[in-house]
Design a protein around this ligand. Structure first.
Ligand SMILES: NC(=O)c1ccc[n+]([C@@H]2O[C@H](COP(=O)([O-])OP(=O)(O)OC[C@H]3O[C@@H](n4cnc5c(N)ncnc54)[C@H](OP(=O)(O)O)[C@@H]3O)[C@@H](O)[C@H]2O)c1
Length: 298
């Protein structure tokens, strides 16, 4: 019998992961913790609370995810993303539990030009990437009990993400004079948009298989943010907005991003026999769910 403890359960991924775990582990205990239950920045409290419930599996989806914010709050980034995971890993060790850490494509520098595999050397360009890489290291130090799942470009129903940001901007542009109804979107960063429900299903498979080490998990196929944005508008049949490609340097954000950070999911297919569908199919499903939930009324 498993006792699964999810930390960060109220975040975007956490809220889609919980129902998938319930479906796949109906007989097992499932604990959902977030900031109200635990602050992973606090070492003593984190280890003690974990020990008090004796989980067999710990899934950490809590993080400081504001990539530009991490650049100005370096200390907080490392406290949550690196030390927070170290505290969780220490708790896991005391209980003999497996620990799973969600990580990111931003551990890579984007200079490779072909999909990154798990063995490729990380070289983060920004503080968020550095802090997540440290979190990976403490997880992998658990050996057979540690699993790192790298993913990217997440969107889901329950958090701020690219899809919700684009739709918010569309609403604003509709109110603007016709000549100003244009959206500028970066066209020189390439990745794979990934739906939190699909990622959650892969996490479930990895838990079932007691996987360890590193696994890359994203929806299949690739695009730029510009292509992703255009596809959202196309699928929702949004008219009257001009979408204009720009370069990352024109956007001038605080944290540099890798230009090409596609993650190969080949290992997931080979070792677990599982693969996520193409991102366009996942996006269609998500947008239908968004419409049904009243999250987009156009
Ligand atoms: N979003 C992406 O595009 C993306 C891409 C690659 C990898 N990832 C990784 O995937 C995981 C899930 O991301 P997400 O987008 O679902 O994140 P999210 O929506 O920002 O959720 C993170 C959750 O963690 C909680 N949290 C923050 N600091 C905490 C602390 N000190 N103690 C306990 N809980 C804390 C947050 O609570 P508050 O809201 O109250 O702060 C929030 O509920 C993260 O590990 C992230 O690094 C995300």
């Amino acid at each position: 019998m498993n006792k699964i403890l999810v930390i960060g359960a109220k975040g975007m991924l956490g809220r889609d992961l919980i129902p998938e775990l319930r479906i796949s582990f109906p007989e097992d205990d499932l604990l959902e913790w977030d900031m109200d239950e635990i602050d992973i920045r606090k070492k003593g409290e984190t280890i003690e609370k974990i020990e008090s419930v004796q989980p067999t599996v710990l899934i950490n989806v809590a993080a400081y995810t504001d990539v530009d914010g991490c650049e100005s709050n370096l200390q907080e980034a490392f406290l949550v993303n690196s030390e927070g995971m170290s505290h969780i890993a220490q708790g896991a060790r005391r209980c003999g539990a497996r620990a799973i850490y969600l990580s990111t494509d931003y551990v890579f520098d984007g200079k490779k030009n072909s999909p990154y595999i798990e063995e490729d050397s990380p070289n983060p360009l920004n503080t968020y990437g550095h802090s997540k890489l440290k979190g990976e290291e403490v997880t992998l130090a658990l050996g057979e009990k540690g699993l790192v799942v790298r993913t990217q470009w997440l969107y889901g129903l329950y958090g701020k993400n690219f899809v919700t940001a684009i739709l918010k901007q569309v609403k604003e542009k509709w109110k603007a004079p016709e000549a100003n109804r244009r959206l500028t979107i970066v066209d020189d960063q390439i990745g794979s948009p990934t739906y939190t429900v699909d990622l959650s299903q892969a996490i479930v498979r990895l838990v079932q298989r007691k996987a360890s080490g590193i696994f890359h998990v994203t929806n299949q196929d690739t695009c730029s943010w510009y292509e992703f944005g255009k596809t959202i508008l196309k699928f929702l049949d949004i008219q009257g907005i001009d979408v204009v490609p720009i370069s990352s340097s024109q956007l001038n954000r605080k944290a540099p991003r890798p230009l090409y950070s596609v993650l190969s999911s080949e290992k997931l297919r080979r070792e677990i026999g599982f693969r996520l569908r193409p991102w366009t199919e996942a996006l269609k499903d998500f947008l239908e769910r968004l419409l049904k939930s009243g999250g987009w009324t156009g």
